[in-house]
Design a protein around this ligand. Structure first.
Ligand code: BTN
Length: 258
């Protein structure tokens, strides 16, 4: 697609050819006072970052963007915005992929297509002395043209699922679709709170009710993925029946029993 981007009102675009990380640039702008809705977008990142200190391989052809938000909430409530973004990206991808494509959300906020990761979200925030959130940077990476081959969890990209009849796919078109969908979902979150977001997320949750492996900083748990709570934490039932509330981890399918 050529021509200017058509973003909904409220977004203030900072478009870059290349940057270290759009999240780092958005943090810098947020610290300098940039307004809610400032959207940093780069065609390429040279030091893209993923969750838990991992790299995010970022060659040209995929979407790399970071949105500055200043919602009137606590840092704890702001965690819900990761799921707002996941649900919004899921809907946006649904408009771009062929009709029967299976889009799922992998806790905490990865987006999968046919069991492979197509998009990830990196939340970073700063709080005020009052305990209120000062700013939040919502970093979004969507694989469009390519994906890394050597990831612990298998990856995919939009192009893999699109045929010639599906029309052209572009970074700009994907960014526009994500921005439109995110605006709808953040309005729902602001008007009605987390319950409709949680319901939408649960409606497409990956491995809900199934055995999963939860990789924590300091060990591995296996159990049944029962639910997410009203704050977005994962609830895991261990084999003995005990329930664990998980706030930070990576989730995998449980290995098949021997
Ligand atoms: C993850 O799944 O680990 C999160 C990946 C987040 C990647 C995006 S790309 C745009 C923004 N800038 C970064 O350096 N990271 C996020």
């Amino acid at each position: 697609m050529n021509g200017p981007l058509r973003l909904p009102p409220g977004y203030d675009l900072v478009a870059l050819e290349q940057i270290g990380s759009t999240n780092d640039e958005a943090r810098r702008l947020a610290l300098a006072g940039a307004e809610d809705g400032t959207l940093v977008w780069a065609r390429e990142q040279v030091t893209g970052r993923g969750r838990r200190g991992r790299n995010w391989t970022s060659p040209p052809g995929n979407l790399y963007t970071s949105l500055i938000l200043r919602p009137d909430c606590t840092p704890g409530e702001a965690v819900q915005l990761g799921m707002v973004a996941a649900v919004a990206i899921g809907d946006a991808l649904g408009t771009l992929l062929p009709p029967m494509s299976e889009v799922r959300f992998k806790w905490p906020n990865d987006i999968l297509v046919h069991d492979r990761k197509i998009a990830g979200i990196l939340l970073e925030s700063s709080a005020m002395a009052s305990g209120k959130l000062e700013w939040l940077v919502l970093g979004i990476g969507v694989n469009i043209e390519n994906f890394p081959a050597d990831t612990t969890f298998p990856a995919t990209c939009l192009k893999e699922w699109l045929g010639e009849d599906d029309g052209p796919i572009s970074v700009e078109g994907t960014l526009e679709a994500v921005c439109r969908s995110f605006l709808l979902w953040i309005n729902i979150w602001q008007d009605e709170g987390f319950p409709p977001v949680r319901a939408a997320w649960l409606g497409r949750a990956w491995r809900m009710g199934e055995e999963i492996e939860v990789r924590l900083e300091d060990g591995i748990l296996r159990g049944t993925f029962c639910d997410i709570d009203e704050a977005g934490a994962l609830l895991l039932e261990l084999p003995g029946g005990e329930k664990r509330r998980i706030t930070a981890a990576d989730v995998f399918a449980a290995p098949a029993a021997e």
